[in-house]
Design a protein around this ligand. Structure first.
Ligand code: B12
Length: 227
C-alpha cells in the first residue's frame, strides 16, 4: 500500500486523505480486531465543499437521521474492506475517539481560540470524517514545517464576532450559542456556519457554501436542542 494509491482510492469516494501518523500506545488508537496495535493511522475528511457533491448525490442524503454519518460509514467501510484496514469514526460517542489529537499528529493543524483546529491554508473550513487503521507501516510524506496562523493574528476577530459572546478565552458557552441559534436572530449564524468561524481571515476561499453551512449548523442545532 502506498500513500498516493490510498489518496486516489479515497478521493474516488469523495473524501480526502488528511495526513497520517504512526501511533504509539499514548495515542489511544483502539487495538485492531486481532489485538495488535495499529502501525499506521490515516485521517479522512473534507476541505471546504470537497465531499459535499459526493454526499448530496448519495442515497443516504435524503434519509432523516444522521445522513452524513450514514454516508461516511458506508464509504469508509468500503474503503476499509478494499484496503485491508479498520474504519474508525469521530461520531457515535460518548466516549469519542480523540480525532483532533490525531489530526495534530497527522498534519500541521493547531488549536484555534474557538476550539476548532486551524489549518494554514484551509483556515477553519475543514473536518475529519473518519480514520483508517492499518496493521502495516505505510510510509508517509514528510510533514511540512508551518507556523500556527493564530500566533501572528493580533486582532483575533473570532473572539469578538459572536453576537452573544459565546467564545471567550475561558472556553465555548454552548447553551448561550444554542439559545441564540433557536431564535430568528440566529438565522444569520446558521447561514454563515457560525459568525465567529466566518470572521477568521485564514482560508476564506474554503468557507462552506450556504447549503452546506445550513446543513452542518442545523444538524448541530438539532443535536443540542434535544438534550
Ligand atoms: C463533543 C464535540 C463537540 C462539543 C465540544 C465540547 C467540548 N468542549 O469539547 C460541541 C457540541 C460544543 C461541538 C461543537 C462543534 N463542533 Co465539535 N466535536 C465534538 C466531538 C464529537 C468530540 C470531541 C471530544 O470530546 N473528543 C474527545 C477528546 C478526548 O478528543 P481530543 O481530540 O483529545 O479533544 C480535543 C477536543 O475536545 C478539543 N476541544 C476542546 N474544546 C473544544 C470546543 C470546541 C467547540 C471544539 C470544536 C473542540 C474542542 O480539544 C481537545 C484537545 O485537542 C469531535 C469529534 C471527535 N471525535 O473528536 C467534534 C469536532 C471537534 N467538532 C467539530 C466541529 C466542526 C464542530 C462545530 C463547528 C459543529 C458544526 N457546526 O459543524 C461546533 C463548533 C461551534 C460552532 N459554533 O460552530 C470538528 C472540528 C474540526 C476542526 N477543524 O477541528 C470535529 C473534529 C468533528 C469533525 N467531524 O471534524 N463539538
Amino acid at each position: 500500500m502506498d500513500y498516493d494509491h490510498l489518496q486516489e482510492r479515497v478521493q474516488a469516494q469523495g473524501l480526502t486523505v488528511r495526513g497520517g501518523f504512526h501511533p504509539d500506545a499514548s495515542d489511544g488508537v483502539p487495538p485492531l480486531p486481532d489485538g495488535r496495535q495499529a502501525k499506521t493511522v490515516v485521517m479522512l475528511g473534507g476541505v471546504g465543499a470537497s465531499f459535499w457533491a459526493a454526499f448530496q448525490s448519495s442515497s443516504e442524503a435524503t434519509q432523516q437521521r444522521d445522513p452524513l454519518d450514514a454516508w461516511t460509514r458506508r464509504v469508509t467501510a468500503e474503503l476499509a474492506s478494499d484496503l485491508g484496514a479498520v474504519a474508525l469514526f469521530p461520531f457515535g460517542g460518548p466516549p469519542y475517539l480523540p480525532f483532533q489529537r490525531w489530526a495534530k499528529r497527522a498534519e500541521p493543524v493547531f488549536q484555534s481560540p474557538l476550539g476548532l483546529l486551524i489549518h494554514p491554508d484551509y483556515g477553519l473550513w475543514h473536518s475529519y470524517r473518519a480514520a483508517l487503521a492499518f496493521a502495516e507501516v505505510i510510509p508517509l510524506p514528510e510533514r511540512a514545517v508551518v507556523v500556527n496562523p493564530c500566533d501572528s493574528c493580533a486582532e483575533k476577530p473570532c473572539l469578538t464576532s459572536c453576537p452573544v459572546g459565546a467564545f471567550s478565552k475561558t472556553g465555548y458557552d454552548v447553551p448561550k450559542c444554542i439559545g441564540h441559534l433557536v431564535k430568528s436572530e440566529g438565522t444569520v449564524c446558521i447561514e454563515a456556519a457560525c459568525l465567529a468561524r466566518r470572521a477568521c481571515p485564514v482560508g476564506r476561499a474554503c468557507a462552506y457554501p450556504p447549503e452546506q453551512a445550513r446543513f452542518h449548523m442545523s444538524a448541530f442545532l438539532r443535536a443540542h436542542s434535544q438534550s
